[in-house]
Design a protein around this ligand. Structure first.
Ligand SMILES: Nc1nc2c(ncn2[C@@H]2O[C@H](COP(=O)(O)OP(=O)(O)OP(=O)(O)O)[C@@H](O)[C@H]2O)c(=O)[nH]1
Length: 606
């Protein structure tokens, strides 16, 4: 490529004229045509034009202050994807979903594939506030809103006058208190005053001074652990003590899960059912399962109860979430309710530290139960509740007895709750006139617990009694609430002191009565009938449980036996663990396919 003349002669020499097109001479812009340059200038918006003095005579596009006229091109696609549903159909859909959602035994799966904003009509759609008038219009028939007879109505407001509006402050205050409660819960503080030794009443008066030990389980650290467990779990097992299920319920946690994480499955596990009569356990299961699915459980590595049902239930949950690689199951509840023991029972191995004292589990921990099910153990939590007294907390086993300063002051509460004859039978003492001090003195004399100078070691004896109480050596339970018209006799009677007699009755062959009551709760557990092989709350198991209690009675003379020394007759609960179970199924499948192929071969030869 040369300059003009030279290039021209080259073209002639090579026989290429202008008709051959793409041959350009130097000096021309042979990369970009004028048209292209114009386009490019338009895209880059060019530069400003200046006069000889350097002043801008014509500004570049990006310097211009004139707003360009922009239009959105109309497109028929705008109207394509609109889905319409009639008000009736929507109402029907809502009521159907509502019916399912209110059943504690069903779960709404794949929530993010459902139009939840349409289902949950909370006055807002997708987090946006909807004007009351808009809702009103939506509920109007078409003819009244748009037809020839349409009437323009005033929007219906939630209040009619200023007085109404002012009257709503009461409700708002209630909501505020509720939110405050929630905030306290979320922040992990118990709402206690700075000075932890002084509890303040809601009215602002100072109540009795509180020992620091009674604030255990309410600390921010423990609550943070709880939230970690809740966040990481798909299924939450709320472990309750069968002796006091209501007292060991963490209602604030239930509420939190209901409102903040409704997609997580909450299940109650009524643990330590070996410490209460079967009829009581059955009644509690029936009562609790009205709110959440409830399983009765006895945690013991060798002789468990309800293990099969629990495993079957967890498997059901894991198959519900078949799109996930694995599901996590969090254990939450008051200290000492047996969360770690349940995990050990399921694993048939001592994988978590267990002790009859509160606060043994310090941090959350993951345990693999099966390939697709992980368990998460959580430290025991004590929800802040103004109504819980120190006495309640201590007798629930949420506090370590050895750290309590004057344990003797709580013995009166024990005497109030337990029938004298049970105490007499447990400690083999009489004549204490239901007086705590006399009782402790008798106990000291009997057990030889004397201090220097022959003085009775009252506090030592009190600690012993409290420990026995927590470990279930003193027979006691809370009677379940009754429906109106329901017969209350037998259980209350037992609570009033027939517990000891119950074991005698069983020895005489009185199992059938108790068994019938348990069998009368078919829907008490979530485990389905076909899972009977795992045990669950079926007649057979209950018979076995009764038999177990009998056995304890005969061996120990006390039905509240420690789990390590439990009876040996709970064979109905399968001991197979999950992997063995899977292997069984695989073996069966292999056997069936072998038999099939043999049959086919035989057919072919004939
Ligand atoms: N009789 C009886 N005792 C049980 C049962 N389950 C647990 N226990 C006992 O209850 C005590 C506390 O059990 P843990 O498993 O340590 O309780 P936890 O809820 O993990 O306690 P924290 O670690 O404080 O949260 C232990 O002594 C267990 O042996 C049961 O089903 N029956």
């Amino acid at each position: 490529m040369g300059t003009g003349k030279k290039e021209k002669s080259r073209k002639e020499r090579e026989g290429k004229g202008d008709e051959f097109g793409n041959v350009k001479t130097k000096g021309e812009n042979f990369y970009r045509s004028a048209k292209k340059v114009k386009v490019l200038k338009r895209l880059t918006a060019g530069t400003a034009q200046r006069n000889a003095k350097g002043d801008i005579t014509h500004s570049a596009v990006f310097q211009s202050r004139e707003a360009p006229i922009a239009r959105v091109e109309p497109n028929r696609k705008w109207f394509n994807n609109t889905r319409v549903i009639s008000q009736d159909a929507l109402e029907n859909f809502r009521s159907a979903v509502q019916a399912q959602a209110s059943n504690p035994h069903t779960y709404l799966m794949k929530r993010n594939k459902l139009p939840m904003s349409l289902i949950e009509e909370k006055g807002n759609v997708n987090g946006l506030k909807v004007h009351a008038a808009k809702i009103e219009v939506a509920a109007q028939p078409f003819s009244a809103t748009f037809g020839p007879k349409m009437q323009r109505k005033r929007p219906k407001l939630e209040f009619q006058s200023m007085e109404d509006l002012a009257g709503r402050t009461g409700d708002m205050h209630d909501t505020y208190l509720e939110r405050l409660d929630q905030a306290k819960l979320l922040s992990g503080t118990s709402g206690e005053p700075e000075n932890e030794n002084a509890a303040v009443n809601p009215d602002g008066d100072f109540a009795a001074a509180r020992e620091f030990i009674f604030l255990k389980g309410t600390s921010k650290r423990i609550w943070n652990e709880l939230y970690k467990v809740i966040d990481s779990s798909d299924v939450i097992l709320h472990v309750l003590d069968a002796r006091d299920p209501d007292g060991t319920r963490c209602r604030s946690v239930e509420k939190y899960i209901r409102t903040e994480a409704p997609h997580k499955h909450l299940v109650f596990v009524l643990n330590k059912v070996d410490l209460v009569p079967s009829k009581v356990a059955a009644a509690w299961v029936r009562h609790l399962s009205k709110e959440f699915p409830t399983l009765a459980f006895h945690a013991n590595i060798n002789n468990s109860f309800g293990k099969g049902s629990l495993i079957a239930l967890l498997r059901q949950f894991s198959s519900l979430h078949s799109d996930r690689k694995q599901i996590s199951v969090g254990m939450v509840g008051y200290p000492n309710t047996g969360k770690s023991s349940i995990i050990n029972t399921l694993r048939k191995k001592k994988v978590c530290v267990v002790a009859p004292i509160a606060g043994e589990t310090k941090v959350w921990q993951y345990i693999t139960l099966m390939k697709r099910i992980y368990m998460i153990d959580c430290p025991g939590i004590v929800p802040p509740n103004q109504n819980d007294t120190d006495e309640d907390l201590l007798l629930r086993g949420s506090v370590r007895v050895e750290n309590v300063e004057y344990p003797a002051q709580y013995i009166e509460a024990v005497l109030r709750r337990v029938q004298p004859r049970h105490l007499q039978r447990t400690y083999d003492i009489k004549d204490y006139n239901n007086d705590a001090v006399t009782f402790l003195e008798c106990l000291c004399r009997k057990a030889g617990r004397l201090l220097k100078g022959g003085e009775a070691d009252i506090d030592g004896a009190a600690k012993m009694v409290l420990n026995d109480w927590i470990r279930g050596k003193i027979p006691w339970f809370t009677p379940p609430p009754y429906k109106e018209g329901e017969e209350t006799g037998p259980i209350n009677e037992r609570r009033d002191g027939k517990l000891g007699e119950m074991s005698k009755k069983r020895k005489r062959g009185g199992e059938s009565e108790a068994t019938a009551s348990v069998a009368a709760t078919p829907n008490a557990t979530v485990a389905t009938q076909e899972d009977d092989e795992f045990g669950g709350f079926s007649d057979d198991d209950d018979l076995e449980l009764d038999a177990d209690l009998d056995d304890d009675d005969e061996e120990e003379g006390d039905e509240s036996d420690d789990d390590e020394e439990g009876g040996t007759l709970l064979e109905a609960v399968t001991d197979d663990d999950a992997s063995e179970d899977d292997e069984d199924v695989e073996e069966e499948v292999a056997a069936i396919s072998q038999a099939l192929s043999k049959a086919k071969k035989r057919q072919r030869t004939t």
